[in-house]
Design a protein around this ligand. Structure first.
Ligand SMILES: C[S@@+](CC[C@H](N)C(=O)[O-])C[C@H]1O[C@@H](n2cnc3c(N)ncnc32)[C@H](O)[C@@H]1O
Length: 256
């Protein structure tokens, strides 16, 4: 098992990526994997037999899981990101990790495959009613689900502060589009699969319950601590609210 903290990213891996993706890849790997391992430890998502990183992007969480669990599997709809994650794993000597292109609405694994599912900053892009049912199907009984997702404060922050803009991504436009997607869906019951939608703690909790989960904890991103190591202090990347609106939040749920 690789124990490296810093991940080597060869320049040729960046050649095919757009400006926004290149910036995102550099940001997520800056400072290495230790911060991700700390987060996984705080929420008790370590020492698992088989853990899924659902919507793994460039794979930084998956690699941290590979260092803290027996086997880690990352899936993502974006083949370019999956290919980069695969190459990073191989170049950096990871053996107990797999990456695969797949959608969260139809995960290509049988019932009760995973003892934990981790899903950071993805479900607001999906048809999450379907996705939670799919997570329930592939989790073992007693298995844990972690979700981190975005409340309305995050999109308001994007509109007002315009963080990390690039030539191919405008946070301000993204925030406006997301509010629009959410209103359209509310009005005519559509379930658009393109673009983000605002989620709230109450709808997330309700949808998880409907899918069969028990919600164990819900709070602002980086604040939940249910792992064995209770000495780890919270390390949020975002404020709990922005201008009074719920910002990025996390949930831990269990399949009974
Ligand atoms: C904001 S990124 C987060 C990636 C990663 N979890 C992280 O924390 O860096 C969202 C990811 O979700 C993926 N995604 C969006 N919709 C998806 C779907 N329906 N099924 C699987 N992956 C999806 C995107 O391709 C993208 O890599």
């Amino acid at each position: 098992m690789s124990e490296t903290n810093e991940i080597e990213i060869p320049d040729q891996l960046l050649n095919h990526l757009g400006v926004n993706d290149t910036g995102f890849l550099r940001r997520v790997y800056s400072g290495g994997l230790d911060k991700y391992k700390k987060h996984l430890t705080r929420i008790g998502f370590v020492e698992k037999q088989r853990i899924l990183d659902a919507g793994c992007g460039f794979g930084q969480w998956t690699l941290a899981m590979a260092q803290t669990s027996k086997q880690a599997i990352g899936i993502d709809i974006n083949s370019e990101r999956v290919s980069v994650a695969l190459q990073l794993a191989s170049i950096n000597g990871f053996k107990n990790v797999e990456f695969r292109q797949a959608t969260l609405e139809k995960v290509p694994y049988p019932e009760e495959t995973f003892d934990a599912i981790f899903c950071y900053s993805v479900v607001y892009l999906t048809d999450y009613h379907k996705v939670f049912k799919e997570f329930f199907r592939i989790l073992k009984k007693g298995g844990d689900l972690y979700i981190c997702t975005n409340g309305p404060g995050w999109y308001l922050y994007n509109i007002i502060a315009n963080p990390n803009p690039s030539i191919d991504f405008c946070p301000r436009w993204y925030g406006l589009q997301t509010f629009w997607n959410t209103l359209i869906r509310k009005r005519n019951g559509l379930s658009p699969r393109t673009g983000a939608r605002v989620m709230t703690p109450s709808t997330t909790r309700r949808t998880l319950h409907k899918s069969g989960f028990e919600v164990a904890a819900l709070g602002a991103e980086g604040t939940l601590a249910i792992g064995d190591d209770q000495t780890l202090s919270p390390s949020p990347n975002y404020g709990g609210t922005y201008m009074g609106l719920v910002n990025v939040f996390e949930v831990i749920a269990r399949k009974p």
